[in-house]
Design a protein around this ligand. Structure first.
Ligand code: DGJ
Length: 736
């Protein structure tokens, strides 16, 4: 059989598989993963290794993919696997590997051969491609998975490593993804740095040859210094409306490692996975290791389209109750800190009703008796109600809430323990610490060892107990304030210690899984001493997250701007607090672009401010579906302009809301010309009206009518100025 014919035969076998690629005309063996716009195409080389051929706009004629390679004259790939779909270490790799292992016999070489691929429809719109690779010498199989969300243009990918050898093997590196982007050394990476109250500070840098690493070794509060989400622009830095940009992130709530390697051919290799730092993992004979998923989305039309795709994907498939409603709330943290009693809380609950929010959220400080939680140095771990502060328990607060037509939610931080607690003394073996070394604390606390099933049970029971005792409990804020120091588990054996970071996260997911089995939809906020932990691994269990303890609204404009590239607004909790010296209107308008809440002493609000907040909440209730489920368009970037402007357009284009915030308070700064809107129906007539107008003030725009065509071609001037630093416009379709 000629080689072309044999390839044709193999390709036909793959047709069962690569459903979108007809088997007829290929002389190359191709495997492709397709979404509505993009194709990720792999090709098998002469050594039967699977390499990336292409990732970009889908070609109309799929038989033309095989013509791509000959147009690249970038130099010599000595190993022939620079573009490997999953680069094995220890044989001929010259660049950063995706996988590195020690076999049963102590040998450290690996070479992966393509075996087969198949694609199946998992559900309408979602196809799963499984690619099987096998070591040429050892019984080691690597299965790669690509889950393509067709309409959303998002792909998730992960890996299963199967030990079919005669004994144990050790994994030293086990990436989730090994992408290969073709270019001419023209890649711009946007990544984020942070710290407490300074989350999501973007940096854009042109990648140079070599490897840029973004990683976390913090264990629990893994995103404190940087999250795993990033963007890579190709050709030139993308803007909201133009340019080629890839967005991605790891679905893992622990240590991660992202590597960006511009190779000798000027192309970009992106590896992302669990951080292999101090994390060797052993697989017994017959066992498999599944890496976390890595999600990514490629847009040729700028960041806006990419983020709208990601939002749709997140709401449709990832975030818990992504299409569901959310609760506005009043939180007592900044109103009281640890200093409260039943009377004070009951008053705040009544205030929640007066304000018009859906829920009252009781924060930190309600528990601990022998070690009362009156400050952050005691009580964590002792989850029984503090008798002095709340002699009648939580139940009476839940009842008060019910009487006042609001729901009741509660704060917990169940993964942690203060050394000053009963739990610490009763179960020192449950605490992550080095037996021979001095303890080292983060916010006076230590982390419980979630690799231990007893600890998992304990945490599950904390949550289950709260719900059992208070069946009407309607919301949980799940905090996590400490990183892992002195990583050592009393539970794991000596030769398993390097698995602690990984088993911790697996243990956490295990607990969350159990909670969700029993309480599938109760809203839960993911918090981590501010925004120290958010990713799509965790968001399968949470309805929203706390982006930062920094609630200064000016800071939040920038932070929420960045978060909202990756996460839909329904997940981004934004509260009105005492941070910042801007007006209550500015604060409320900024909170309204996300999942709105309040953390203020309502009783101290002057009459007009209270009235303003009440009206704003009503407006929010009216438009929440547009904000949470609508398409987000970014109109003026605060990093480059005197104001930030963004809008949400309802999926049916009948309603929209435009938020405008002054970010430069110098003389005469503001909006001097119209801002072009986006996403509207050009043929429709919209009524434009300023809402959230402070009592006693006149709206800047009062029910003026414009066509969608006008609003998108000419725009509207929100007249933002130091006198009107925030302006919220509502658009209603009045005819079409
Ligand atoms: C850190 C969180 O970010 C805050 O919102 C608050 O819940 C405190 N922890 C409570 O200790």
């Amino acid at each position: 059989m000629s080689s072309t014919l044999s390839n044709l035969k193999k390709c036909c076998i793959m047709a069962m598989v690569t459903f979108l690629i007809p088997c007829l005309s290929y002389s190359q063996k191709l495997v492709s993963v397709n979404t509505e716009t993009n194709a990720l195409v792999f090709t098998v080389n002469e050594n039967n290794e699977l390499n990336t051929l292409y990732f970009g706009d889908k070609l109309k004629n799929s038989s033309e993919y095989e013509l791509i390679a000959k147009h690249y004259k970038q130099g010599t790939d000595y190993s022939e696997i620079y573009n490997s779909i999953y680069t094995p270490a220890g044989s001929k790799n010259l660049l950063e590997p995706a996988i590195n292992i020690t076999h049963t016999d102590g040998n450290t070489s690996l070479s992966l051969e393509y075996i087969n691929a198949e694609t199946n429809e998992v559900e309408p719109n979602v196809h799963l491609t499984k690619i099987v690779l096998q070591d040429k010498v050892y019984d080691l199989e690597v299965d790669l998975f690509f889950k393509a969300y067709y309409k959303e243009d998002v792909i998730e990918t992960w890996t299963e490593i199967h030990n079919n050898e005669k004994g144990r093997i050790r994994l030293h590196k086990f990436a989730s993804v090994n992408l290969y982007l073709y270019g001419d050394n023209d890649f711009w990476l946007t990544h984020y740095s942070g710290d407490w109250a300074q989350e999501m500070r973007p940096e854009e840098t042109r990648l140079s040859h070599g490897i840029k690493v973004l990683d976390s070794k913090l264990g629990t509060r893994a995103n404190l210094f940087q999250p795993s989400v990033f963007m890579v622009s190709i050709g030139k830095p993308a803007t909201d409306n133009e340019g080629t940009v890839l967005m991605g992130g790891l679905e893992w709530s622990g240590n991660f490692r992202n590597e960006f390697e511009v190779d000798p051919l000027n192309n970009l290799r992106i590896l992302s996975g669990i951080n292999n730092y101090a994390s060797d993992f052993e697989l017994k004979k017959g066992e498999a290791f599944t890496t976390p998923k890595f999600w990514f989305s490629l847009s040729r039309t700028g960041k806006g389209d990419a983020s709208r795709n990601i939002h749709n994907w997140a709401r449709n498939y990832k975030v818990l109750d992504g299409k569901g409603t959310r609760l506005t709330l009043l939180n007592n943290w900044e109103a009281t800190y640890f200093d409260f009693n039943e009377k004070k809380l009951k008053k705040l609950i009544e205030d929640a009703d007066k304000l018009g929010v859906d829920l009252f959220l009781l924060d930190d400080g309600w528990f601990g008796n022998n070690y009362p939680r009156n400050a952050d140095n005691a009580g964590l771990g002792d989850w029984e109600v503090n008798q002095k502060k709340l002699p009648n328990g939580i139940g009476t607060l839940v009842k008060t809430a019910e009487k006042n037509n609001v729901k009741f939610g509660i704060w917990i931080e169940p993964e942690m323990v203060n050394p000053d607690s009963d739990l610490y003394h009763e179960h020192p073996e449950w605490v992550i610490k080095q037996p021979m070394r001095e303890e080292h604390y983060f916010r006076n606390q230590l982390v419980l060892d979630l690799s231990n099933p007893d600890v998992q049970d304990f945490i599950f029971n904390v949550v289950d107990g709260l719900f059992t005792e208070n069946p009407n409990l309607a919301y949980i804020k799940w905090d996590c304030n400490s990183v892992i120091y002195n990583a050592h588990s009393d539970y794991l054996k000596d030769d398993e210690q390097s698995e602690l970071y990984i088993k911790y996260v697996q243990g956490l997911y295990n607990v969350l899984e159990r909670i969700r089995e029993k309480y599938p939809k109760v809203p839960m906020m993911l918090c981590s001493g501010g925004g120290g932990r958010v990713d799509y691994g965790a968001m399968e269990y949470f309805t929203e997250f706390w982006p930062s303890d920094n609630t200064d609204p000016l800071e939040r404009v920038f932070m929420q701007w960045e978060y909202s590239y990756f996460y839909p607004s329904s997940t981004i909790a934004a509260h009105v607090t005492d941070w910042g010296n801007q007006s209550i209107k500015f604060k409320t308008d900024v909170a309204m672009m996300g999942k709105m809440g309040f953390d203020i002493v309502v009783d101290e609000l002057p009459k007009d401010e209270l009235e303003f907040c009440q009206r704003a909440i009503k407006n929010y209730n009216e438009l929440e579906n547009v904000i949470w489920q609508g398409d987000l368009y970014k109109l003026k970037n605060p990093w480059k302009n005197e104001l930030a402007s963004l809008m949400y357009v309802g999926q049916d284009k009948k309603k929209a809301i435009v938020f405008n915030y002054l970010v430069n308070y110098r003389y005469e700064k503001g909006s001097h010309s119209p801002i072009k809107l986006k996403g509207l129906n050009p043929a429709s007539i919209y009524e434009v009206e300023e809402i959230n107008v402070f009592p006693g003030h006149e709206p800047i725009i009062n029910k003026e009518h414009y066509s969608g065509d006008f609003l998108m071609k000419i725009g509207v001037n929100p007249k933002v100025s130091s006198g009107h630093p925030s302006v919220v416009l509502r658009l209603k379709e009045v005819s079409n």
